[in-house]
Write a protein that binds this ligand. Structure first.
Ligand code: MG
Length: 388
């Protein structure tokens, strides 16, 4: 029996890589449904190739466009739109695997639906854990959903844990490439351009996460992600810079052993690990030739250059409403930087200011999470006005 897969965010980089892996295993997996925000053209090409039962877009007007394209191509895929129908789609009995690859807070609601319906979830949306990790993991436990992390570092950790589960751990170490500004002089940070920030040395990703990698906020978010995913305290998680991005993370055990996962930096590897889990399936990526690699280097994260990383660590201690607020502020600050409305160094200043005015709140429902998200967005919008 083939497993039915639904990909939320199928035209993004994780979605595209997932479809490439599935293409190697069409005897095992069926593309059941594809969902995107608004990339109608690309979605229609994917429908042509994979013939899913359903295709989903956010808005009605895009659904109409897609329907007319598919009609001309004589493709029978049923087109749906709106968040309600997306949540229903995810919960259908026929769905076995949900790939949550919508980036940002926009992906939270559908990943919550996937957890509530107890699916096997390939989680690439780290915001689900940053915004409401405890609630999310509780729902997963209650509904027997398996959460398989696609984020390369957490995926590496999942692989490292395979032999010893999560027992006898001293700590885990997330690796970070250090982004494009690892070796940039601190004096030049004030003049960093958007083009420089978008030029990531080792990973090819979406714009938002590429900027998060340049500020190293991404690593901060990943620490919070790991705390929830593996039920660890902040003290049990380190992050170190490893510019070659070949070791994707490590687990340190009480006996002094360190287990690491090493592979090419290609997202098809974590994706195929999650798709096939608990088996291993081909990813289409070659083994790494270690004799041809540069020397592996490791260093600490500079506090001066990457204050966003340390801010996220402080937020991790404060807990959930703080991480929800920081995530909201960061999404807006990064999009302002992408629109060239603020400078690179302003991202940190804006986040600090938003967090300064945040009042710690206990989050006991998804509605409360969205309320904090909205309040924090409004505060950020006000602060951003000073920069225009
Ligand atoms: Mg990552």
């Amino acid at each position: 029996m083939k497993e039915n897969v639904i990909i939320l965010g199928s035209t993004g980089s994780i979605g595209v890589n997932t479809l490439e892996v599935i293409s190697i295993h069409l005897n095992k997996f069926r593309v059941f449904a594809l969902a995107v925000n608004s990339s109608v053209e690309n979605l229609s090409i994917q429908c042509q190739k994979y013939n899913p039962k359903y295709a989903h877009v956010k808005k009605e007007e895009d659904a109409k466009k897609l329907i007319s394209i598919l009609k001309k191509l004589n493709i029978k895929t049923e087109v749906l739109y709106g968040i309600k129908s997306l949540n229903q789609l995810v919960s259908l009995d026929e769905v076995d695997i949900v790939v949550c690859a919508i980036s940002g807070s926009a992906g939270l609601e559908s990943s919550i639906s996937a957890v509530k319906s107890g699916k096997k979830i390939l989680l690439a949306n780290k915001e689900s854990l940053v915004m409401c990790g405890s609630l999310f993991m509780d729902l997963a436990k209650k509904n027997k959903a398996s959460i398989l992390p696609v984020d390369s570092e957490h995926n590496a950790l999942h692989q490292c844990f395979a032999s010893n589960k999560e027992k006898f751990i001293k700590k885990i170490i997330l690796t970070a490439s250090g982004g494009p500004f690892l070796n940039t002089n601190i004096k030049e940070f004030a003049n960093i351009t958007l083009e420089q920030a978008l030029n990531h040395p080792t990973w090819d990703m979406g714009k938002k996460i590429t900027i998060d990698s340049a500020t190293m906020m991404n690593k901060g978010l990943e620490i919070i992600e790991a705390m929830h995913l593996f039920d660890l305290t902040l003290g049990q998680i380190d992050a170190i810079i490893h510019p070659q991005s070949l070791i994707h993370s490590m687990v340190c055990y009480e006996d002094g052993s360190i287990i690491s996962q090493v592979s090419m930096n290609d997202m098809k590897i974590p994706i195929s690990y999650c798709l096939g889990w608990p088996e291993r399936i081909k990813s289409g990526v070659d083994l790494i030739d270690l004799t041809k690699q540069p020397p592996l280097e490791f260093s600490d994260v500079s506090k001066e250059k990457f204050p966003c990383f340390y801010l996220a660590k402080e937020v991790a201690i404060e807990g959930e409403s703080f991480s929800t607020a920081m995530n909201a502020a960061n999404e807006l600050a990064v999009s302002a930087f992408l629109e060239k409305r603020i400078k690179f160094n302003d991202i940190y200043k804006i986040l600090s200011e938003v967090l300064m005015s945040h009042k710690k709140t206990k989050l006991s429902s998804v509605e409360e999470v969205f309320a904090i998200d909205e309040i924090s967005r409004n505060i950020t919008i006000e602060i951003l006005k000073k920069y225009n």
